[in-house]
Design a protein around this ligand. Sequence first.
Ligand code: 6PG
Length: 243
Amino acid sequence: MNQNIQIFKDLPELSLAAAKLFVDSAAQAITARGRFLTALSGGGTPKPLYELLARLPYRNQIDWSKVHVFWGDERCVSRDDPGNNYYQAKQSLFDHVSLPADNIHRIVSELEPEDAAKDYARVLENFAETPYEWPRFDLVLLGMGDDGHTASLFPGSQVDVTSPTIAVTANYQDRPAKRVSLTPLVFNTARRVVFLAVGKSKAETLANILNGEYHPELLPAQRIRPTDGDLIWLVDEAAADKL
Ligand code: 6PG
């Protein structure tokens, strides 16, 4: 695993770097394998990135016909609920670029989490790369909660999960509690994982994750360690304050 930490003044600067990374990752994957498989995250931090990708010059630097979009996690509310991760990406990105509808592989958030998790495992199988039952994502975007969660892998949840998707119930900042998440099995076979984290409320947790002891049960973001890929942290100065 190659780990790399980049610190930016603020979220706008971080988002510009993330947009360039997204464009470069897409170009590399399309040249090498003819398509770009990416898993998006929810939360507030990636929204400016999605808005940048929807605009020039980035919009025209990506061959959207070869992009396939998935999610690292989803909140089980309707697809037009502002708390839905698919809805956020649709509003800020998909509505503005020529991404074919067939290339959007959303988690069916209207289902109960157990059913949605099983359904998503089948979706992943369609893109599986041997020997796995899921794709090796070219780029996974992840966020980090103040409590150290990532995707919907929360503190206290089972560390050694053997399925690619799980159903989750979690209370965090009044956000929808019923969720579906990919698991470290999938994240850790990605070719590149990029965390986006900003704000001083994350500073202590970020320092514990990056510089503290390995406590994956308490700090789920530590469970993300791609075995044959890059791990990149894009953080702002406030979040990096205690590093
Ligand atoms: C979700 C997430 C979640 C998110 C973090 C950070 O759907 O809730 O994917 O893991 O990335 O909670 O959220 P912020 O970016 O809003 O801090």
